[in-house]
Ligand binder design. Structure first.
Ligand SMILES: Nc1ncnc2c1ncn2[C@@H]1O[C@H](COP(=O)(O)OP(=O)(O)OP(=O)(O)O)[C@@H](O)[C@H]1O
Length: 235
C-alpha cells in the first residue's frame, strides 16, 4: 500500500532523514520508533506531502506520489494527524468532523453517514458532539483529530505521537481507538516515542536513529531485541 525508498529530508545543511526505506501493507499497522530528533516526524511529514523530499521515492498503491502536496495526498487516500493536535476551538465536535471531509463536499449523504459512524464508534465524542472543541480535554482533542482525519475516508492513516503529553489512562484510550480503526482494515503508520505502547498495537516496527533505520522487524522481534528504554534516552 505504502512504499518509501531511500528517502532523504534536509533542513538546510541538516540531513534529518538519511536514506530511509519502509513499507506498510494493506491493513498493517507499522510503528516508527526512536528517540527525540531521530527523524521520525520528518519522515512522516514528508510522506504526508508537508515536507519536500530531497531524494528517494514514495509510492502509494503503486503510484508515485513523491512530490505530491498535502491536499493531493489526502485526495490520494492518505490522512495525517500531526503532533500539534489542532482542533478548530470555537467550532463544535460535529463541525470539526465535517471539516475533515473537505475533499468530499459533493458527497453530503456520505459525509453525514461517516460522521454518524465516527460518533457511534467513539461515544466519548458523541457525548460532546455539540461542545466547542476548544473545551475538550487533551485526550478528547486527540480523539477528535483522529476521527476528523478519518472523515476523508483514507486508505492510509499517518499518526504522529498521539500519546504525547497525555496521562497513561488517556493514552490507553487513544490506543484502544487506534486498535478499533485497525480492525476496519485501515493501513496505519504510527510514529511514537512510547515504544512499548506502540508495539502493543503494531504488526511491524522500524527503529530510527540519527536519521536512519537502525532496526526493523515484527513488533515481537523489535520488542525482544531492542533496549526500549534507550529509545527514550537517545541511545
Ligand atoms: N524545521 C526544522 N528546521 C531545522 N531542523 C529541523 C527542523 N525540524 C526538525 N529538524 C531537525 O531534524 C532532525 C529530526 O527531527 P524530527 O522532528 O524529524 O525527529 P523526531 O524523531 O520526530 O523527534 P521528536 O520526537 O522530537 O519530534 C532533528 O535533528 C531536528 O532538530
Amino acid at each position: 500500500m505504502l512504499e518509501v525508498n531511500d528517502l532523504e529530508v534536509r533542513y538546510g545543511a541538516i540531513r534529518a532523514v538519511r536514506g530511509v526505506s519502509l513499507k506498510a501493507d494493506t491493513g498493517e499497522l507499522v510503528a516508527i520508533l526512536g528517540a527525540n530528533g531521530a527523524g521520525k516526524s520528518s519522515t512522516l511529514m514528508c510522506i504526508a506531502g508537508a515536507l519536500k523530499a530531497a531524494g528517494g521515492s514514495i509510492r502509494l498503491d503503486g503510484q508515485d506520489v513523491t512530490s505530491a502536496n498535502p491536499e493531493k495526498m489526502v485526495r490520494a487516500g492518505v490522512a495525517t494527524v500531526p503532533e500539534t493536535r489542532d482542533v478548530f476551538p470555537d467550532l463544535t465536535v460535529t463541525e470539526n468532523l465535517t471539516l475533515g471531509s473537505y475533499t468530499r463536499r459533493s458527497d453530503r449523504a456520505g459525509v453525514t453517514e461517516d460522521r454518524e459512524r465516527m460518533l457511534a464508534l467513539f461515544p466519548r465524542l458523541a457525548e460532546r458532539a455539540a461542545q466547542p472543541a476548544g473545551t475538550l480535554s487533551g485526550g478528547e482533542q486527540q480523539m477528535l483529530v483522529i476521527a476528523r482525519a478519518m472523515m476523508s475516508r483514507p486508505k492510509v492513516l499517518l499518526l504522529d505521537e498521539p500519546s504525547l503529553g497525555l496521562a497513561p489512562v488517556i493514552v490507553d484510550q487513544i490506543f484502544e481507538m487506534i486498535r478499533t480503526l485497525k480492525q476496519s482494515g485501515l493501513t496505519i503508520v504510527l510514529v511514537e516515542q512510547n515504544a512499548r505502547k506502540a508495539l502493543s498495537v503494531a504488526d511491524r516496527a522500524y527503529v530510527m536513529r540519527l536519521g536512519k533505520i537502525a532496526a526493523s522487524g515484527t513488533a515481537a522481534e523489535i520488542g525482544a531485541a531492542t533496549d526500549l528504554s534507550a529509545l527514550y534516552l537517545g541511545g
